[in-house]
Design a binder for this molecule. Structure first.
Ligand code: NIG
Ligand code: FE
Length: 414
């Protein structure tokens, strides 16, 4: 099947098969009066219609009606296999209680763990599919999905199996991560020894079982005061790596725990959150290939003025990506458009940097930049049509859904 997409106002995309850093994050390729040709699920031609190679015989024509084409968004940090929303906690936060206070009183992650443990694998699969359907409507074509609300072997496996099951039917391509080290389960909270015991369980039982069923590409840990310390986080990530799972890390979210430096030192694919990253942490990421994955919707939703220092990270030369952190507690959104708007309006990234961060750099952090993340010949044809005359509308025309069509592997999914 060969599809021609014509009548585009613009095609705007970063270029390359690896991540872009520093000033190169601002260099988009912007084409006007151009078409896209898709063949066998991949981009076969991008450019002016009259220069299209004659051997590309088109058998389907799509009128984009003046839309702007951008790469499908890649969301590399989500917690979507969860059961039960937390809207009443949200309402308590609106009345002045903090996220950490609510967590300390038995809410927070623990509340979602209770609901997720009770849910069946089928219910979790349906929940993943529901979140993924919304993601697709807002232009996401690939999303990472983490476990981490099971916190015991059986329930972590249940969440990861739900991701696998959902990925067969999902509009969005799903990439699984084991986050058994998201928090300590209620049964291991009693003493330091019990907590250490849960770390040993992750290392000697949960991760081997996950590897055995090939349920996760990545392994993640939450290093934070009140959660795992750096030593425990490192032990989990190294054990995962031994089993073939690539590390990622929740780092420096509520306090500086030297998480960024730890992520770089274990060769993690990404260090995520980073609201409290130190200057040393910024230098460590800038000198590494570990992506600084920024989640501004979390700061926004937690009503914090503290955003990750995106400008400092980009200017220092770190690879920066953007993600939703979609989860029922600290960021209940699937919209990468909202994330790009917050990245520019709150973190002072440019629109060009935000688009690169939400596509090519995110793809790089999933180790998929050779295949997805830009509109370029040879890559999988994952792209989105925006009802907009230019890519600048992604931020300029805020708070609405600009997506009018979504293509994944060259097939129109919406
Ligand atoms: O990325 N930081 C830890 N985990 C999530 C929040 C999960 C929750 O509140 O359920 C996060 O923000
Ligand atoms: Fe998270």
């Amino acid at each position: 099947m060969t599809l021609l997409v014509r009548n585009l106002s613009q095609i705007a995309t970063p270029a390359g098969r690896i991540a872009r850093r520093g000033a190169a994050m601002r260099e988009l390729s912007v084409m006007e009066s151009s078409v896209i040709v898709v063949q066998n699920g991949r981009f076969a031609y991008v450019g002016p219609e009259n220069e299209k190679p004659p051997e590309l015989l088109v058998d389907e024509d799509f009128d984009a009606n003046g839309a702007t084409a951008v790469p499908g968004f890649v969301d590399t940090h989500t917690h979507i296999p969860f059961a039960g929303f937390r809207e009443s906690e949200f309402n308590r936060r609106l009345q002045g209680e903090s996220y950490e206070d609510i967590a300390a009183s038995g809410g927070g992650i623990a509340a979602t763990v209770r609901a997720t443990r009770k849910a069946t694998e089928e219910q979790l699969t349906a929940n993943v599919l529901a979140r993924a359907a919304t993601m697709a409507r807002y232009g996401t074509t690939t999303a990472e999905a983490k476990s981490g609300y099971g916190l015991d072997k059986e329930c972590e496996l249940k969440q990861l199996r739900a991701i696998r099951e959902a990925s067969e039917r999902s509009l969005v391509r799903l990439v699984p991560t084991c986050l058994a080290a998201h928090d300590f389960p209620p049964e291991s909270r009693g003493s330091e020894a019990a907590r250490q015991g849960y770390v040993s369980t992750i290392v000697s039982e949960i991760l081997p079982a996950v590897a055995e069923e090939k349920l996760a590409i990545f392994c993640d840990a939450f290093v934070e005061r009140g959660a795992f310390n750096a030593e425990q986080g490192e032990a989990v990530l190294r054990a995962g790596a031994e089993l073939g799972m690539i590390p990622r890390l929740h780092a420096d979210e509520f306090s500086d725990c030297s998480g960024a430096a730890l992520a770089a030192s274990v060769g993690a694919a990404s260090a995520d959150h980073l609201m409290h990253i130190s200057d040393d942490g910024i230098a460590a990421l800038a000198a590494s290939d570990t992506v600084a994955n920024l989640l501004p919707a979390t700061s926004f939703f937690l009503m914090s003025d503290r955003y990750a220092p995106a400008r400092k990270l980009i200017d220092a030369g770190a690879i920066v990506s953007l993600s939703t952190d979609c989860n029922p507690g600290s960021s209940m959104t699937e919209s990468m458009q909202t994330v790009m708007q917050l990245a520019t309006l709150q973190m002072k990234m440019t629109v060009e940097e935000s688009l690169t961060a939400a596509t090519l750099n995110s793809a790089y952090s999933l180790r998929m930049a050779k295949e997805i993340g830009s509109i370029e010949i040879g890559k999988r044809a994952d792209f989105v049509l925006l009802e907009a005359p230019s890519y600048l509308h992604l931020v300029y025309h805020f708070g609405v859904n600009l997506v009018s069509a979504v293509f994944r592997d060259g097939r129109r999914v919406l």
